[in-house]
Design a protein around this ligand. Structure first.
Ligand SMILES: [Zn+2]
Length: 457
């Protein structure tokens, strides 16, 4: 059998397993995070299949076999590139020519090895290659399902150390709000504290060291207490890091009055929630504008103006949906517990300002308005006890935003601010004291603050 015919099926199956993986990760985050992987996959698949088609049409045997080996080589490198390498764009660490050189070397050497192996009569290695690529992708949800434990959330966890946590009255109508302001700097806490005190709430504030600098790593730890340093979605509802698995579909609310509004993680897969909203964001596959912008971003250093406008508009709209979902939650009438994960002050801003600092500042103002509005609603709700916890997963990741093409790198870096090291934990209560939690160092045990309010039913 000629090389192109021998490699056709293995190539198709390897490519299909790569597509399945990208779709799975996209479905987990639902935040257009996979645009560049989709684009790489599209370009890589087109080149692979074209090379394969050309090789099948060529009469010269040596050239036909060489092109057949090349198409197999490209598909293997593409699979490894998309699935095995970390999802952080390599250009954050090195320059584009180095990435191209690395890719070219990888393709050439893989092609050479394939060509040597294809001279052998045995095709066992082709079967092994196909099975391992499919097995790797499809074993992820299977292993996640086998490894995942059931969790109660918010956890009724006892903390060690000298913690004097929130002590709420044991009876009556209570309201507890956990507001995760994504990417909130520790130094940005004071205006929030001042505002809450002005509204007459008792406020405690503490600086915490984030356990990681990514939402994908921090939130699963808050849920499970386990480390998720190499977090990666492993099914539509589960995220894995080594042997640690958090499957949101196996999390049950520990009380009957939990409302959730959030994004990025599949929070609404949790069971026993009274209310849950995960507003839809831009879908990669259904948005042609997003594709065009991804292409221009990949090949041009400066983004098109319309792409910037479209990008900022999409985030503004997304934030509006989150805001609407928060105000539709039953907590405001019935009391209970609300967890809201909000893309504020997370960049980008609602409008393009050409400055990361300025957009962050605008988003901080929006976060401030939201906090004021929530505090007012909690006070006006005439609850017997109110607890309002404001916290964050990580501070502003300046180098990530300056290097990912969203802002002009030079202008971004000339703003010359250092990476912040802490995130705030603000606890505002009424009518009792918020307590002290100086012993809390990291932000992984945030939900243990509900310990006492769990007793309130
Ligand atoms: Zn985050």
């Amino acid at each position: 059998m000629s090389t192109p015919r021998r490699v056709a099926w293995p190539i198709l199956l390897v490519l299909m397993s790569a597509i399945a993986d990208v779709v799975m990760v996209d479905q987990y985050y639902q935040l257009a995070t996979e645009t560049s992987r989709f684009l790489t996959l599209l370009v890589g698949t087109t080149i692979t299949l074209m090379t394969l088609a050309i090789s099948a049409c060529i009469r010269r045997v040596d050239l036909r076999n060489a092109l057949g080996s090349t198409s197999l080589g490209i598909s293997i490198v593409l699979w490894c590139w998309l699935i095995l390498l970390p999802r952080t764009p390599l250009h954050l660490y090195t320059t584009t020519p180095v990435v191209i050189l690395f890719l070219a070397t990888a393709i050439l050497s893989t092609t050479y090895i394939c060509k040597l192996l294809l001279k052998q009569p045995s095709t066992q290695w082709l079967k092994a290659l196909t099975l391992s690529s499919i097995g790797f992708v499809f074993s992820q949800p299977l292993l996640a399902d086998l490894n995942s434990k059931s969790y109660q959330w918010p956890a009724r966890k006892e903390l060690s150390g000298n913690l004097n946590l929130v002590v709420a009255p044991k009876n009556g109508r209570t309201a507890t709000v956990f507001l995760l302001l994504d990417e909130l700097n520790g130094s940005a806490a004071q205006p929030f504290v001042n505002e809450l005190r002005q509204l007459g709430m008792e406020v405690s504030v503490q600086q915490l060291v984030p356990i990681a600098l990514a939402t994908s790593k921090v939130v699963p730890t808050m849920w499970t207490g386990l480390e998720f340093s190499s977090a990666r979605p492993c099914s539509f509802t589960a995220i894995c890091s080594g042997t640690h698995v958090l499957d949101f579909a196996k999390v049950t609310a520990s009380r009957p009055d939990v409302d959730v509004v959030g994004f990025y993680h599949p929070y609404c897969a949790m069971r026993g929630l009274r209310y849950c909203q995960r507003p839809p964001s831009v879908k990669v596959l259904r948005n042609p504008e997003r594709w065009i912008c991804a292409v221009t971003k990949a090949f041009a250093s400066a983004q098109r103006t319309s792409c910037n406008t479209q990008h900022h508009d999409a985030w503004a709209q997304f934030r509006q949906s989150i805001d609407q979902a928060i105000w539709a939650a039953p907590i405001w009438q019935q009391g209970g517990l609300l967890y809201a994960h909000v893309p504020l002050p997370h960049p980008p801003g609602d409008s393009k300002e050409d400055s990361l600092s300025l957009e962050y500042e605008n988003n901080l103002n929006q976060a401030h308005n939201l906090v004021t509005k929530i505090a007012n609603r909690l006070i006006e709700g005439r609850f017997d006890a109110v607890t309002f916890v404001i916290f964050s997963d990580h501070p502003l990741r300046r180098s990530l935003w300056c290097d990912n093409g969203s802002y002009s790198t030079r202008a971004c870096k000339s703003e010359n601010r250092n990476q912040e090291k802490t995130v705030p934990l603000i606890s505002a209560t009424l009518p009792f004291s918020p307590g002290h939690f100086e012993a809390m160092q990291g932000n992984e045990d945030i939900f243990s603050l509900t310990r006492s309010s769990n007793h309130v039913q």
